[in-house]
Ligand binder design. Structure first.
Ligand code: ZN
Length: 66
């Protein structure tokens, strides 16, 4: 059972030492030039996502349930 939750990007949702907290797109492993627009809670934990990352996350985990 995988639930995906989607929020407007909010660094406060992410761990204090995470890339996401620093305003980096974590889905692309910190190798993304784009600013995150979304914060996702995925089965693998919190991820910050640029527009392309959003598409990839929703393709992998399905539509957000919230
Ligand atoms: Zn990205």
């Amino acid at each position: 059972m995988s639930h995906l939750l989607k929020f407007r990007f909010n660094p406060e949702l992410h761990g204090k030492k995470s890339r996401a907290r620093q305003g980096i797109c974590s889905w692309h492993g910190g190798e993304c030039e784009k600013k995150p627009r979304w914060s996702f809670f995925t089965p693998m934990g919190w991820q910050s996502a640029c527009g392309e990352a959003r598409e990839a996350i929703e393709a992998r985990y399905g539509k957000p349930v919230n």
